[in-house]
Design a protein. Structure first.
Length: 432
């Protein structure tokens, strides 16, 4: 390589390449090293991959980004891991076996060390480890983000509205639980698979929702989290263990909702309601893929809440404009959904559909009828919905009060901008 080629790699460019690799490749390598080391050495596997990425940041600005960066990272991780195996007494009893496993793959420098299918299976095993019932439920999604998706502790802490120190402790406790319980690094089978699959799907669903409606911050949507959830769910759907109707239903739901992401805010970051969105900008290939998995989800007799929510998303995607939306079909799906999930949030979404069919007065009645409505007292969307209904009923005073309360509770900048505009419009109407 000549000097001009070496100097062409600016540190910032290298940093961007490494960050991309960390997001898309680190999880694969951590999963594979965990299989080789044993799940009790998960933290060690993570440390080895982190060190390999640090070396890339140090060396690539001088020697250039390799032809196959992912293969370089994996090779560096493997070599560092071999050093650890040979150095640490803890591996003495299985040192020979581990070295054979890791040295058995010796292709050319720019060729991946481990086959794609092997990496995919290891990531699935890691997914079932992260979502094991013995891992606290509140830690499962965070652990998946950290271990499988390469998100930093700081990023995860921001997503879950907690401090970096608190999140670090949560992750440490989860990994300690994995070690102490000697959780197997495997994809379960039979009845155990059926039980565990539901937990994995729930974690993936929560992961997607955190991206689709960020808990706080400047951005309403964190697309990278949505795409990670889609990627992991797709991986699950392709494997015989996860190729189940409910997996395809969840993947369809994610894809159909993610297809609308480009139109959820305008160029200035302002929130756009469904009726305001430019449907020509919805991602049609993603919608087609979502419809394919929705069709796949129809196999068998099983109906889950993922099927019903995917059906609602499909109804929105099938409508050429807001006015032609089949709201009665959507209401029937919500009526079935509340039988699966009687959460007040689902009931609030149903009230919005009721208002679209029967008017804002019926919407207010539907909100008043929500069981456990007190659980929504600190939920900004309750007051935003009530404000919209009162505005439609031409009661700007009541609407302004609801929008003011909603504005106080909203966490993201786009929501705050939207609600402040609605509040000011009501105030102007009052003083007109």
């Amino acid at each position: 390589m000549n000097p001009s080629e070496i100097n062409s790699q600016e540190p910032q460019e290298v940093s961007q390449v490494v960050e991309h690799l960390f997001r898309h490749e680190a999880g694969k390598m951590v999963a594979t090293l965990t299989r080789i080391f044993g799940v009790e050495h998960l933290s060690l596997a993570e440390d080895v991959v982190q060190e390999a990425l640090a070396r890339a940041l140090q060396t690539w600005p001088f020697y250039g980004v390799p032809k196959n960066p992912a293969a370089w990272i994996m090779r560096a991780s493997r070599n560092l891991a071999l050093d650890v195996v040979r150095r640490q007494k803890v591996f003495r009893d299985k040192e020979g076996e581990i070295i054979r496993l890791m040295e058995g793959h010796s292709p050319a420098p720019d060729v991946a060390i481990f086959p794609d299918q092997e990496l995919a299976d290891d990531r699935l095993r890691m997914m079932f480890v992260c979502c094991h019932p013995l891992v606290p439920a509140e830690a499962q999604v965070a652990l998946a983000l950290n271990t499988l998706c390469g998100f930093s502790v700081a990023e995860i802490a921001r997503a879950f509205l907690t401090t970096e120190a608190a999140m670090a402790k949560r992750l440490t406790r989860a990994k300690q639980k994995i070690r102490e319980a000697r959780i197997s690094f495997e994809i379960p089978e039979g009845e155990e698979l059926a039980r565990r699959l539901d937990g994995v799907l729930q974690s993936l669903y929560l992961l997607f929702n955190e991206g689709y409606k960020a808990s706080s911050g400047e951005k309403l949507v964190r697309e990278e989290i949505c795409h990670e959830a889609i990627r992991l769910t797709g991986l699950l759907a392709e494997h015989p263990a996860g190729n189940q109707p409910r997996t395809h239903a969840l993947l369809a739901l994610m894809l159909l909702n993610a297809a609308r992401i480009p139109t959820r805010v305008d160029g200035a970051g302002n929130l756009l309601l469904l009726k305001e969105q430019d449907r020509t900008r919805w991602d049609q290939p993603m919608i087609a893929r979502g419809m394919f998995h929705f069709a796949q989800s129809a196999a068998g007799e099983e109906i889950t809440e993922y099927h019903l929510q995917a059906g609602i998303a499909a109804s929105h995607c099938a409508a050429k404009d807001y006015e032609s939306t089949d709201w009665r079909q959507i209401l029937s799906l919500y009526d079935r959904l509340v039988e699966f999930d009687d959460s007040p949030v689902i009931a609030l979404n149903r009230a919005i559909v009721v208002a679209n069919i029967h008017g804002p007065g019926a919407g207010l009645d539907a909100v008043a009828a929500i069981q456990g409505r007190e659980k929504l007292d600190s939920y900004y969307l309750l007051y935003a919905v009530l404000g919209e209904f009162e505005a439609q009923l031409n009661d700007p005073l009541a609407a302004a009060g609801y929008f003011r309360r909603s504005l106080q509770l909203a966490e993201t900048r786009s929501e705050q901008l939207f609600l402040s505009k609605r509040f000011r419009a009501c105030e102007d109407q009052i003083h007109a």
